[in-house]
Design a protein around this ligand. Structure first.
Ligand code: NAP
Length: 309
């Protein structure tokens, strides 16, 4: 079976591509490592900036996106693609068990959490170090937690944890936040969140489980100890492009070079969502990318006279 398009990734970009692709009559397969669609929104407690769906839960939005694609008959498969290879007019996509074939490919593999790189971080992963407050926050009911970062994710994580943790420290390396003002104001108005600004985590300590952090104030150089039961790292994202051979050209950070039209350096291969070079990484811009990518796929299929099997 040769698909018109195979979409790698079932986040908002991939699912939107599936919806637009099915509506355009394309023979489309969505391949994702996870059977659950939604990508990063699955680890988001609440999405409050997607038009028309105020305060929707991340999990619920993921389910709704998938339901929509299912209703249109999109085909899904679980698998991790290790290489993309051009062969005559088609691309071969290899997973451990299956090789898929398609006339075009949309890479919508998204991005994942970035590590802090502090001593003790890797050793304590799952033992007090977490990258997902909505997944692990419940383990710290009435305990003391810290969040590291100054973006929207760190702010949202701090607010989420403050509902159940006794005390939350929000540690940020500057004295101004990168995240949205509306979230900063909420954080500042929350009694059990304490801001630890101009500070970096030097190390994460504890015998088996995390029990403290060494914090350095970058202005005074003073180092202090902060006793915590858990630390949530929210220092940004990194593109999921490190596990695949045959990818198009990328920038230094590993994002696939592509504009709004999703065109990459390889004709017939498109990039959509957080994985591509872009200004703003949000659910809505990912969804928009998915739609644009399908438009470009159709143009490519027409130009190559590949539209019908
Ligand atoms: P982000 O916006 O890139 O913020 C990362 C934060 O981590 C920054 O404050 C950065 O500090 C800090 N940081 C980076 N490396 C660090 C290090 N080594 N040590 C200490 N701090 C470090 O990332 P994000 O919060 O994960 O968000 C990712 C994307 O998703 C963003 O585009 C964001 O807007 C979007 N998002 C949006 C929403 C929403 O709109 N509601 C919700 C979630 C996510 P500096 O500020 O000093 O660089």
């Amino acid at each position: 079976m040769v698909y018109d398009v195979i979409v790698l990734g079932g986040g908002p970009a991939g699912i939107t591509a599936a919806i637009y692709g099915k509506r355009a009559g394309l023979n489309i397969l969505v391949l994702d490592e996870s059977p659950k669609s939604g990508g990063q929104i699955l680890t988001t407690y609440e999405v409050d900036n997607y038009p028309g769906l105020p305060k929707i839960g991340g999990m619920e939005l993921g389910d709704k996106l998938r339901e929509h694609a299912d209703q249109l008959g999109a085909e899904f498969a679980v698998g991790r693609v290790s290489s993309i290879e051009k062969q005559d007019d088609t691309f071969l996509l290899k997973t451990r068990k299956v090789t898929y074939e398609a006339k075009t490919v949309i890479i919508a593999t998204g991005a994942g959490h970035r590590s802090l790189g502090a001593p003790g971080e890797a050793e304590h992963m799952g033992m007090g170090v977490s990258y997902c407050a909505t997944c692990d926050g419940a383990f710290y009911k009435d305990k003391v937690t810290a969040v590291v970062g100054g973006g929207n994710v760190a702010l949202e994580d701090a607010l989420f944890l403050a509902r159940t943790s006794k005390q939350v420290y929000l540690i940020h390396r500057r004295d101004e936040f990168r995240g949205d003002k509306v979230l900063v104001d909420q954080v500042k108005a929350t009694d059990n969140i304490t801001l630890v600004l101009d500070s970096v985590v030097e190390s994460i300590e504890g015998q088996m489980k995390v029990d403290s952090l060494s914090i350095k104030n970058v202005k005074t150089e003073e180092v202090s100890k902060l006793e915590v039961d858990g630390v949530f790292i929210a220092v940004g994202i990194t593109p999921n492009t490190d596990k695949m051979q045959g990818l198009p050209e990328m920038d230094a950070a590993g994002y696939i070079l592509a504009g709004e039209d999703a065109q990459t350096s390889i004709p017939g291969v498109f990039a959509a969502g957080d994985v591509r070079t872009k200004q703003l990484r949000q659910v809505i811009t990912s969804a928009s990318d998915g739609a644009n990518a399908i438009f470009s796929v159709q143009r490519y299929l027409n130009s190559q006279k590949l539209h019908k099997n």
